[in-house]
Design a protein around this ligand. Structure first.
Ligand code: NAP
Ligand code: GLV
Length: 309
């Protein structure tokens, strides 16, 4: 079997080493040194060049080298009928939950307020409160949101989640669909956003939905930047409706130097690094899917292009 690799963000040699260790006869070819394009059975790609995937006449599987598939699905020349699978990497999941727990605890223990007070040399005592009185809401209860919700629950927060379909996670209240959105926001002091980018989630967090949160709510977005109408969030931060936002993802990345988020004192920016895929922990499932493909068995973590995730 021949697999072509493309990513401008990852080390191809490291990926090749981990893949070949698990499947010694796998022929890994690194873009652009691909030899005969007819040989390629599988593409392992992150932010590929649009149109490139239609060059392989015998392509049987596309593996998205990451969790979110929004980029791949925007390629108008995606070969029809070729299954797309995404990565569900245990380390990526853990790393994302660590990022969410870190941010939620920082909000809960009032670190942004202490940082502001320190800049002004002000001793501002804020009495810590019981986590059981802080209501965290996780938008998107899939692989990442589900794990983050469980980890937050273990810390004694009151946790709820919002998804397309109802979920049963121990100790986590489930809200779903359009009807569940406003009641979910109404009970959420800290909003964690782990939604994929789809036509239904674009612009979901706007003036109306931000206003549905309790006054002074805090937000963290590590899903995709298109979820948020930036001007509406900035207005909500300015008028105190939202006390703080921690943002890892943006509509345009890198975030342009003149973007108002950079200078906003109630915004914390991280450069789309909440979680990354590691070859060591993700290679086994790619090999598993290659074996499934070879044996004609059902592929794991298959993307539904119609749903967009
Ligand atoms: P996933 O397993 O596919 O879960 C997606 C969740 O979103 C599901 O619970 C789904 O509901 C829900 N959802 C989708 N559309 C919805 C809608 N219209 N209304 C309500 N809920 C909706 O995805 P994942 O692996 O958890 O990853 C989530 C996203 O995180 C990725 O798509 C990617 O954009 C982002 N991400 C970011 C980083 C980073 O470093 N910042 C790293 C990895 C991933 P159902 O369960 O009902 O289908
Ligand atoms: C990163 O953003 C991913 O989707 O894996």
């Amino acid at each position: 079997m021949a697999l072509m690799f493309f990513s401008e963000y990852d080390d191809p040699r490291e990926w090749k080493e981990h893949l070949v260790a698990l499947m010694p006869d796998l022929d890994v070819r690194i873009w652009p040194d691909l030899g005969r394009l007819e040989d390629i059975d599988c593409a392992l790609v992150w932010k590929h060049k649009p149109g490139d995937l239609k060059r392989y006449p015998n392509l049987k599987m596309i593996v998205n080298l990451g969790a979110g598939v929004d980029y791949i699905l925007t390629d108008p020349d995606l070969p029809r009928g070729v299954p797309i699978v995404r990565l569900v990497d245990p380390y990526l999941t853990k790393q994302m939950s660590d990022y969410i727990v870190l941010t939620v605890l920082a909000y809960h223990r009032r670190f942004p307020e202490f940082a502001r007070a320190q800049r002004e040399r002000r001793w501002q005592y804020i009495h810590p409160v019981d986590p059981a009185r802080t209501r965290v809401g996780v938008m998107g209860l899939g692989v990442l949101g589900g794990d983050a919700a469980r980890r937050l629950r273990e810390l004694d927060f009151q946790v709820a989640g919002w998804s397309r379909t109802p979920k049963a996670i121990d100790g986590v209240a489930s809200f779903h669909g359009a009807d569940g959105l406003m009641p979910f926001l109404d009970r959420t002091d800290i909003l964690v956003c782990l939604l994929p980018r789809t036509r239904d989630t674009d612009d979901l967090l706007d003036a109306r939905t931000l206003r549905a949160l309790p006054q002074g709510a805090r937000v963290v977005n590590a899903g995709r930047g298109h979820l948020i109408v930036d001007g509406d969030l900035i207005a909500a931060l300015d008028d105190g409706q939202i006390a703080h936002a921690t943002l890892d993802v943006f509509r345009t990345e890198p975030l342009p130097a003149d973007h108002p988020y950079w200078r906003h004192e109630r915004v914390t920016i991280t450069p789309h690094c909440a979680s990354v895929t590691l070859p060591r922990t993700a290679a086994p499932q790619i090999i598993d899917n290659l074996r499934r493909l070879r044996d004609g068995r059902k592929l794991l973590n298959r993307v539904d292009p119609a749903a967009g995730y």
